[in-house]
Design a protein around this ligand. Structure first.
Ligand code: ZN
Ligand code: ZN
Ligand code: FE
Length: 756
């Protein structure tokens, strides 16, 4: 007996990370019981605390399982172990959480329906065919959360009273639905309704049946998803897709496509191992893939990529089970640039004008979230649009950002609020120039402050005084730290990679106000968080027409041609001179010559625009970044030659432009020209970086900016730099485009605050 007593040990274990609302406490409970340990588990502000006591021999196995068998969605950042006194505890208990009114824990992002729940739809009598099935491992989270702590009454599930069966599951610690806040069944949970004309259908089986036949007939259906409405149609039906495009006032921007399953995606696109992992992860993002077989022509006009994703709601699975189609267009339910519709009434108003039927359900979406978009570049997941499945998980930084609000950029806006060392980057907000989107921005800033219990004391904003995000920042009446746009890009990537030392930063971007008043966007800087030294950039280009040059690639084409040839450019037999009116060409050239309304830009995006126009790849563009995307689509891997540039303090592409024109006139295939051009950018950049390294000794290179969404450019530049023994840092969890700017602004403001 005495020997046995000696072998009883006790420990307190702290678990930090996303461990609340994801079934972690029941998991610990089951684990402790399996290993014959007594004790308790309790939620605390930043995670949970576990006390275990029992035979010493049981502990290693318990710890191993705690690390390895944790629920899929949980994310354990840190485990701490401290020896404790045995108290002679008998049994294992889940203790009630302490009041945490002013404290927060992490709120889980929304989770795709799990395989167990899909089984339950087929087997559990009270959930047969029920489309709102969920458990602690899956279901809506952030989108239904109104406040903290994460309890049913604080979510949009509050109006639904659990039936006896559900509440039994909810309170049974050994049940998969123990404390699953959105738990529901066909007796007590939300239901779908289909509205078409004057008809409404509430029988789910009939609704599914009708939806299928309408989709097969080429109809467009608005359907409420997790974070907002989708507009849906057959992805193989040219007519349906082009009708959707027209009705939605959608320019040529590609539509996302939901495929039946992974095997089906492989029929249409190349899928690498990391791409397959991203597609089937519980986050279920849209993954940009290279197509091998076309869908309907209007899905992604003139691009060789498709944004593919897999079913993530029970409804999607149930629909595909009935539907004899490989894929559906599932695009955000909005008109033009407005935020996606989340309210039923609005859907029945605006979306009913586009769609032949609107499918709603009677649980509210509280937090709007778009589908997230990722792309695998050099084998690593890079997030391009961060929203459903990712938000609101914070980034943990190794410095304090408490009380800082970073208001972000203007076009692909996200904002960021700081609490402790955690940076809460908002979901994708969108273009603030759209009034509805701007209201969404203000509302979401308010909500994040409430949800994470923080009030800003310091604001970080873009240097550009006219960005609506900057105007908003100024109106708060707090101290504002202005951060140059490209410095913020690099700082975001540094923060994400926990770097805090001088680095060589390369920001390749469309636009952003520079310190000299010109528009920047190909900046080679030596920088840390406190400041930057601009060491090089692409030679300034005229932007005839100002902002319009960013929307009309032919303007940049003329600008580059005029610089390379002067008035002789008119003698060149190039497609641009055939597709733009002569008078307009004369007018715009005159404006460049006289420097009227032709601001200067070093934006790499503008260079890509210009080259796309000169080669005739994209003379008139219909959506943001179309020209660079189409140019990238033409690239043929395996070609390594490039054009010439002149390198001084600025890199001049004048020789390259002349060589491109010569290639054009000699009928060199566009694919070859596009590839050579990409290689030229890579080559010139590497040279510049080498030069900066020789000057400074710095070997760490940080790449950021929207142009790095270009997979070929990113991969070839990264690989070239790696070969040269540089250490290369890139984004993964934060967008390289303006969706990541807020994090950089926050990091700069935090460091400046420490410096005083
Ligand atoms: Zn589940
Ligand atoms: Zn129920
Ligand atoms: Fe930018």
């Amino acid at each position: 007996m005495e020997d046995y007593q000696k072998n009883i040990i006790a420990f307190q274990i702290g678990v930090e990370g996303l461990v609340q609302g994801v079934g972690f406490r029941p998991f610990v409970y089951r684990l402790a019981r399996n290993h014959g340990l007594h004790g308790w588990v309790v939620n605390r502000t930043d995670g949970l605390t576990i006390k275990v006591e029992g035979p010493a021999a049981s502990l290693p196995g318990f710890m191993e399982d705690l690390r390895n068998l944790a629920p899929v969605v949980s994310q354990v950042d840190e485990i701490t172990i401290e020896q404790d006194e045995p108290e002679g505890l008998n049994g294992f208990f889940i203790l009630a959480s302490q009041d945490m009114t002013n404290e927060t824990s992490e709120i889980s992002p929304d989770i795709a329906v799990c395989p167990d729940c899909l089984e339950d739809i087929k087997n559990q009598p009270h959930r047969l065919g029920y489309p709102f099935v969920n458990c602690t491992n899956c279901g809506p989270r952030f989108t239904i959360v109104k406040d903290f702590p994460y309890d049913r009454e604080k979510t949009t599930m509050a109006p639904f009273t659990m039936c006896d069966q559900c509440s039994e599951e909810y309170t049974d610690i050994l049940n998969r639905r123990f404390h699953a806040q959105p738990v529901a069944c066909s007796h007590c949970g939300p239901v779908y309704t289909l509205h078409s004309g004057s008809m409404t259908i509430t029988s789910f089986a009939a609704l599914l049946e009708l939806t299928c036949s309408m989709v097969m007939q080429g109809k467009i259906i608005a359907v409420k998803a997790t974070g907002g409405f989708h507009l849906m149609c057959d992805a193989m039906n040219d007519e349906a897709v082009s009708r959707l495009r027209k009705l939605k006032h959608r320019d040529g921007k590609p539509f996302a496509v939901m495929f039946r399953d992974l095997e089906t995606i492989r029929l249409f696109a190349r899928v690498s191992e990391p791409e397959a992992l991203a597609l089937s992860s519980w986050r279920r993002p849209i993954v940009v893939l290279n197509t091998i077989r076309p869908l309907a022509t209007g899905v992604a006009p003139l691009l060789n990529t498709v944004g593919a994703f897999l079913p993530y709601m029970p409804f999607h699975h149930q629909l595909f089970e009935k539907l004899r189609l490989p894929a559906l267009v599932l695009t955000s339910g909005n008109i033009a640039q407005e935020p996606i519709v989340i309210h039923n009434e609005e859907a029945l108003g605006t979306l009913a004008e586009i769609a032949d039927a609107v499918i709603t359900y009677n649980r509210d979406i509280f937090n709007r979230t778009d589908d997230s978009v990722v792309r695998i570049i050099n084998g690593k997941e890079r997030i391009l649009r961060r929203s459903r499945g990712y938000v609101p998980l914070p980034l943990k930084l190794d410095f304090l950002v408490d009380g800082i609000l970073a208001t972000g950029a203007e076009l692909s806006n996200t904002f960021c609020i700081g609490k402790g060392n955690r940076a809460y980057l908002s979901q994708h907000i969108g273009d603030l120039k759209n009034h509805e989107t701007y209201l969404f921005y203000e509302e979401t800033i308010e909500r994040f402050q409430q949800l994470f219990r923080t009030k800003p004391g310091l604001v970080a904003a873009d240097l550009h005084p006219d960005y609506l995000s900057t105007v908003f920042a100024r109106r708060l009446g707090l101290e504002v730290v202005s951060v140059q746009h490209h410095h913020a890009h690099i700082a975001a990537c540094m923060a994400e990679n926990n770097l805090n030392e001088p680095v060589i930063g390369l920001a390749f971007d469309g636009t952003g106000l520079g310190a000299d008043g010109h528009s920047w966007g190909s900046e080679f800087m030596v920088c840390d968080f406190l400041g930057y030294d601009r060491k090089g950039h692409f030679e300034y280009m005229d932007m005839p027409g100002g902002d319009r040059a960013a929307e009309e690639p032919w303007r940049m084409g003329l600008s580059l041609l005029y610089k390379a040839y002067g008035n002789n450019m008119a003698d060149l037999d190039l497609p641009i001179f055939k597709s733009v009116d002569n008078k307009i060409i004369a007018m715009v050239t005159g404006a460049i010559h006289k420097q009227i309304n032709s601001p200067l830009s070093s934006g790499s995006g503008r260079l890509f625009d210009g080259v796309a126009a000169i080669t005739g790849v994209c003379i008139h563009s219909q959506f943001h970044a179309e020209a660079p995307m189409r140019l990238e689509s033409l690239v043929m891997p395996g070609i390594h030659d490039c054009y010439d540039v002149e390198t001084g303090a600025a890199i001049s592409f004048k020789p390259a432009i002349r060589q491109i024109c010569n290639d054009m006139l000699q009928g060199v295939p566009l694919a070859l020209i596009a590839t050579r051009f990409h290689n030229t950018v890579t080559e010139a950049s590497t040279k510049m970086i080498r030069k900066i390294h020789e000057e400074t000794g710095i070997r760490k290179v940080v790449l950021s900016g929207g142009t790095f969404q270009n997979k070929y450019l990113s991969e070839s530049l990264e690989n070239k730099l790696l070969k040269d023994n540089f250490t290369v840092y890139t984004h993964s969890r934060v967008p390289c485009n303006d969706g990541g700017i807020a994090l950089g602004q926050m990091a700069v403001a935090a460091r400046k605050r420490v410096q005083g």
